[in-house]
Design a protein around this ligand. Structure first.
Ligand SMILES: [Zn+2]
Length: 513
């Protein structure tokens, strides 16, 4: 099978996403007063409404509608003042009512867009001459239209035990937990504007940063509170008619989204190049085997018998309500990233990572309160490298660590003032995380402060130059990289305490003299 980006030179991939997000931060479910929590005993959070008992009547959760309106505004959608809830019928035990309450043709949020900035290796997936203007470094920006964001309720969680190779057979026992049934769920549908797996991944990441910043969900792809399906079809470059699409289901990580789409694009190209036919079907990505397999042939909308829910009155939003939602939108990740770059001189990648997580942004802002740009850039560096690495390894969130902004600031000060080298900085971070001690105290207790006094370093440099005649010859012969070896010798002689930058300067000056 040919691989990306080679395939995309001949074929245009047309990709659309459907992104489900549970509104995990709300206290109650969508249409009843049951708690909206995930840690309860199975089937503890249930009532006649979410179990679909005869005569039970639903009442919409106003806080959920506030959340989705804020999501819509942040995604540049037009908020629809008049919309309705619909019933989508199907038979499966995960929905006791035999229908899911969702929205009809008009959703609360319609016709939005987000702009994607694509750079680095991922930008190479989109070949030149395919409708975007690339900068000299290959990066580009492309808009992605959002058709709608609608409100619906989630289904129960099912656990199938037994059976063969994951298939449900007569030997399977199925357990149902209705705690999730009826919990508030948003679904965002994009127009098929994405052209590469990387663009799809970046869209999901951007949306996740926005939802996290709005505080409407914990957006955990791992735990399924944020999940997405990808629709993908191919057409020959220059063709305008859409090809038959397949749908990739239940993607649970950004990597799976990218790799699953990449595989599916290459698979479709191979089928089409061999004269085969693509069937409209739902496929499942198996990361361990690196392939997609058929789940089922797709239902059409008609099969669901959608009609307005007679138990729920049409929903009218007032200008006042929409203005109230707009007023509660905090500074969004892109604006925050730009501010960090302008005010603190952060690198774009660092600024984006910090601004994308509201807890991390709050941590950073506390650490750099009243700081200069050089100090702030060092703080950002410690957060993006040392702290993030530590949190990932420990499997905890920034809100769960005992490391404080003041400690990170103290470590950054030692680094920015050259009191310790970056290697020592990593060591001090580890000791700080372990002991909870202040970095300055750790450095003093271990005598780690690096020597930045030229008078003390010069004799070491002279001794190294005297003993390494061979390397000095190489340097003067044009091999400038040998200076790295000489710095290493100086560091060794100073027992790791000399300032490597200063050693480098002194060595270079003497060698060039
Ligand atoms: Zn309930």
């Amino acid at each position: 099978m040919r691989e990306l980006p080679d395939v995309l030179k001949d074929w245009e991939a047309v990709i659309g996403l459907e992104v489900h997000c549970e509104l995990t931060t709300l206290e109650t479910k969508m249409f009843c007063g049951c708690p909206n929590t995930h840690d309860a005993e199975p089937n503890a959070n249930v009532c006649p409404v979410c179990l679909g008992m005869p005569g039970a009547l639903p009442v919409p959760n106003k806080a959920a509608i506030e959340s989705i309106v804020r999501a819509g505004l942040a995604c540049n959608c037009e908020i629809q003042k008049h919309s309705m809830f619909y019933r989508k019928h199907y038979f499966y035990p995960d929905m006791a009512k035999n229908f899911q309450t969702t929205q009809g043709p008009v959703a609360f949020c319609m016709y939005g867009h987000l702009d994607l900035d694509v750079a680095g290796e991922g930008a190479a997936e989109r070949p030149d001459g395919t409708g975007v203007d690339k900068a000299a470094d290959g990066s580009y920006t492309t808009p992605v239209r959002i058709l709608r964001i609608h409100m619906e309720e989630d289904a129960a969680k099912m656990n199938h035990l037994g059976g063969e190779e994951g298939r449900i057979t007569s030997a399977t026992e199925s357990l149902i937990d209705y705690n999730r049934c009826g919990t508030p769920l948003t679904e965002l549908v994009t127009e098929p504007d994405l052209r590469t797996p990387e663009e799809a991944r970046l869209f999901m990441e951007k949306l996740r940063r926005i939802y996290l910043t709005l505080g409407i969900s914990d957006c955990s792809m791992e735990h399924g509170s944020m999940r997405c399906d990808g629709n993908v079809s191919l057409r020959r470059r220059g063709e305008t008619r859409l090809g038959t699409k397949t749908e990739l289901k239940n993607i649970n990580s950004f990597k799976s989204l990218h790799d699953g789409l990449a595989y599916e694009i290459c698979r479709q190209a191979e089928v089409l190049e061999e004269g085969g036919v693509i069937y409209q079907e739902t496929r499942h990505w198996e990361p361990s085997r690196r392939r997609t397999v058929v789940m089922r042939v797709k239902e059409t909308a008609d099969d669901y018998r959608l009609f307005p829910d007679p138990d729920l009155a049409p929903y009218d939003l007032t200008d006042e309500f929409i203005a109230h939602c707009a007023a509660e939108i905090p500074e969004l990740p892109d604006a925050k990233r730009d501010r960090y770059m302008a005010d603190f001189g952060l690198k774009r990648a660092d600024a984006e990572q910090i601004a994308g997580d509201p807890d991390c942004a709050a941590f950073f802002e506390e650490a750099v309160a009243g700081e200069t740009t050089k100090g702030a850039a060092t703080v950002a560096n410690v957060i993006v490298n040392d702290l993030t690495g530590y949190l990932n390894a420990a499997g905890i969130a920034i809100s769960e660590t005992s490391i404080t902004p003041a400690q990170v600031k103290s470590l950054a000060d030692l680094l920015a003032s050259d009191a310790i080298s970056s290697n020592q900085g990593r060591e001090v971070f580890g000791l700080m995380a372990e002991s909870g001690d202040d970095p300055a105290a750790i450095v003093d207790a271990r005598g780690m402060r690096q020597v930045s006094d030229t008078g003390a370093l010069e004799p070491i440099v002279d001794a190294v130059l005297a003993r390494c005649g061979e390397q000095v010859e190489q340097y003067r012969g044009g091999n400038k990289r040998v200076v790295g070896f000489l710095v290493g010798q100086c560091m060794k002689d100073s027992k790791g305490k000399g300032n490597p930058k200063l050693f480098n300067q002194l060595l270079t000056a003497k060698l060039e003299a």
